[in-house]
Design a protein around this ligand. Structure first.
Ligand SMILES: [Zn+2]
Length: 67
């Protein structure tokens, strides 16, 4: 008998992964320094460093719309 005893249902891992660099947090919700952005109906998270780059990219995109 090599029956494995797995718990019937495992809770999903409670961590958030940066959508840009793949860095994972220790918990959910992520730290306040992380950026949460909704794109195409999906919730994306960006770590502190990537948030800065992302915000700049979003701002430049918005800027181009104004012209
Ligand atoms: Zn990142």
């Amino acid at each position: 008998m090599d029956e494995e005893t797995h718990p019937p249902e495992q809770a999903p891992p409670s961590h958030v992964v940066c959508a840009r660099c793949g860095t994972a947090t220790e918990g959910d919700p992520p730290p306040v320094t992380w950026l949460c952005s909704v794109e195409d109906g999906r919730r994306l998270h960006f770590c502190e460093d990537c948030a800065r780059l992302h915000i700049r990219a979003v701002e430049s995109r918005l800027d181009s719309l104004w012209w």
